[in-house]
Design a binder for this molecule. Structure first.
Ligand SMILES: Cc1cc2nc3c(=O)[nH]c(=O)nc-3n(C[C@H](O)[C@H](O)[C@H](O)CO)c2cc1C
Ligand SMILES: Nc1c(NC[C@H](O)[C@H](O)[C@H](O)CO)[nH]c(=O)[nH]c1=O
Length: 219
């Protein structure tokens, strides 16, 4: 599990085809917490949880399988691509972002990037089926970065990017048309599942949840 607080930007230094998947080598600045990365550990690469299978000085490797290639943008990485990295949390870590599983739900597309003084607003389109999992002021993970949903549109949402995040993640490279890994907040997924028809909890559609309903059902 992760928090979406990106710790460093790595650089892809090798992409090799293997048994239908990819072996990715990622380099990072040698003097940081990634030097302690060990084989078998989980690491978030642009928001997708990957298992470390080899390590060396200033680099690690992961095997990216077909399922991951189908659901994420990892298949479009090439030598020199910049990637957001985060090691798995320890139970004592501060939860600076939100609970991020590293299970990418889908790939979204940047619709617009707007300059707003010191910050920048980025609009991202996503498949409609994920509507129940996104709320204004809720959390979302974009390429492994924990962000707050600033505005909702039609099958799209905006995030406001502060200068720190702009400087310390790959968000600064996004342009209209860029594809990004999206993970919707796990909290919304459990609520939507509980409220879905056939769950035995309620037949109320998710969009009609009311304060009254939540109170009556013990929330
Ligand atoms: C603990 C953990 C380890 C994972 N390790 C890998 C991996 O080594 N390679 C891979 O392609 N997918 C791996 N996945 C699945 C991958 O994150 C997932 O397919 C994408 O995020 C798309 O949902 C892992 C997932 C978890 C939760
Ligand atoms: N919630 C928002 C953040 N959060 C901080 C970033 O997750 C963090 O700066 C990054 O992971 C690097 O460590 N940043 C924003 O720009 N906008 C948000 O809504």
């Amino acid at each position: 599990m992760f928090t979406g607080i990106v710790k460093t930007i790595g650089s892809v230094s090798g992409v090799n085809r293997r048994n239908g998947g990819l072996r990715l080598r990622v380099h990072y600045a040698e003097k940081n917490e990634f030097s302690a990365l060990a084989i078998d550990e989980s690491v978030s690469v642009n928001g997708a949880c990957q298992t470390v299978v080899a390590v060396g000085e200033g680099w690690f490797e992961v095997d990216t399988v077909e399922e991951t290639l189908a659901k994420t943008t990892l298949g479009s990485l090439s030598s020199g691509s910049a990637v957001n990295l985060e090691r798995a949390i320890r139970p004592i870590d501060r939860l600076g972002g939100h609970f991020v599983l590293g299970h990418v739900d889908c790939v979204g597309e940047v619709n617009d990037v707007r300059e707003l003084g010191a910050s920048r607003e980025i609009w991202i389109g996503y498949p409609r089926e994920f509507d129940p999992f996104i709320v204004s002021a809720g959390s979302i993970t974009i390429d492994g970065i924990s962000l707050t949903v600033a505005r909702l549109g039609e099958a799209s949402f905006a995030v406001a990017i502060i200068p720190f995040t702009f400087l310390h993640t790959t968000i600064n490279a996004l342009l209209s048309g860029s594809r990004v890994n999206l993970e919707f907040d796990i909290l919304g997924k459990y609520v939507a599942r509980q409220l879905s028809p056939g769950s035995g909890v309620s037949s109320a559609p998710v969009s009609r949840i009311s304060v009254e309903w939540l109170t009556q059902n013990g929330f």
